[in-house]
Design a protein around this ligand. Structure first.
Ligand code: KG4
Ligand code: ZN
Length: 356
């Protein structure tokens, strides 16, 4: 067993966390388990996606998601341990997503984690899903530890199906929430516009693909700057796409899907990048971290990386969307900071990162 000590001086220990943690993630439509060592080394990363199942409904059906998690959870954990060539006794703790997420999905992972904790005597760690997305930037799929790990203070943008959050990360596990979406999340906007354009689910990758070869300036869709605050709003943009589509259909024109997709994508990315850069400027950070499902977007990655003023950290594509390595990674840090949860730990479906 790894000899990880409880944190005495938190910041010292957190530079090089020593722990081997099993992570479990069931907050949405991915059932996932992973073993991560020392906050960066992925020993295994098993993900069972329900995307195909939900595609027939054009979105996530919570009841179906929970039942699917029940079917997939045990085999996925078994796979994660086998791929890491480990048994429970080799671990230091079990980290599980406590929230935010779908209540019925979260409890499947949490109850499984509690069962494993009872059977093994290992500590239980309830992890915030958004913190997990942030810690995906420290992970390595293979090879040596990253040399260019993110440096603090760090400006972080989390863009996923459920969240759009600008966060100032002052140190490991220390956050100040600067703003977030007032209505739709960025990924949700991608998913809704994809449905509108009949592109399928999940919408982000479908819009990205449809936008290839399209003109991002073909349609002038609105950008909600909100007086340059750090909040976001994407519902007006979604309505503008709807109105444009209705008008084009009324005129019996064939929908110019690539132009519509590219113009919508450009509008969303413009706002995400401008607000991120504004915040980085105000809080004088040198590093920017972008995480969450939408950070897989090619145009977003290219555009933010084209500026040279800030060092940009974006996880590899496989770690952008939901996975358990990010939960295990964050779990290593939480374990070394001394966190221990008890068996009364409940799901926290609306848990904000500002409560951490
Ligand atoms: O982080 P994630 O897997 O789940 C949540 O925590 O919500 O994010 C899923 C979201 C979906 O809305 C999906 O459409 C979006 O990420 N997404 C993308 C891309 N890949 C996934 N959005 C834009 N471009 C992509 N390539
Ligand atoms: Zn997520």
């Amino acid at each position: 067993m790894t000899n990880a000590m409880d944190a005495k001086t938190v910041n010292e220990d957190l530079k090089n966390p020593v722990a081997r943690i099993l992570g479990i993630e069931t907050s949405c439509d991915e059932t996932a388990a992973s073993v991560v060592e020392n906050g960066w080394e992925i020993l295994s990363n098993a993900v069972a996606s329900q995307a195909d199942l939900h595609a027939q409904f054009g979105g996530i059906f919570p009841e179906v998601a929970s039942r699917q998690h029940i079917l997939a959870i045990y085999p996925i954990i078994d796979q994660a341990l086998k791929e890491a060539h480990l048994i429970l006794a080799d671990l230091d703790g079990i980290a599980v997503t406590r929230g935010p997420g779908l209540p019925g999905s979260l409890v499947v992972g949490i109850n499984m984690a509690k069962g494993l904790v009872i059977g093994s005597g290992l500590p239980l760690l309830g992890i915030n899903h958004l913190e997990g997305h942030l810690y995906s930037a420290w992970l390595r799929e293979e090879g040596k530890r990253k040399k260019n790990t993110p440096k603090f203070p760090l400006l972080a943008l989390i863009v996923s199906g459920g969240h759009t959050e600008l966060i100032l990360m002052k140190d490991h596990l220390v956050y100040e929430r600067l703003g977030g979406t007032l209505d739709d999340a960025a990924g949700e906007a991608f998913d809704k516009v994809a449905r509108l354009l009949d592109l399928g689910y999940p919408g982000g990758p479908a819009v990205q693909e449809a936008s290839e070869g399209g003109n991002p300036e073909a349609f002038e869709f609105p950008r909600a700057w909100l007086d340059d605050s750090y909040n976001f709003s994407f519902s007006g943009l979604k309505t503008a796409v709807l109105r444009t589509v209705q008008q084009l259909e009324k005129g019996k024109s064939k929908l110019p899907i690539p132009d519509l997709a590219a113009s919508f994508q450009a509008a969303i990315i413009d706002v995400l990048i401008r607000k991120t850069l504004l915040a980085a400027e105000e809080y004088k950070t040198k590093d920017i971290l972008i995480a969450g499902g939408v950070s897989a977007n090619r145009a977003l990655r290219e555009q933010i990386s084209s500026q040279k003023k800030y060092r940009v950290h974006i996880p590899p594509l496989s770690l952008c969307t939901d996975n358990a390595a990010m939960i295990a990674g964050a779990g290593c840090y939480r374990y070394c900071a001394g966190q221990r949860d008890d068996l009364e730990m409940d799901a926290a479906p609306t848990w904000s990162i500002s409560e951490l």
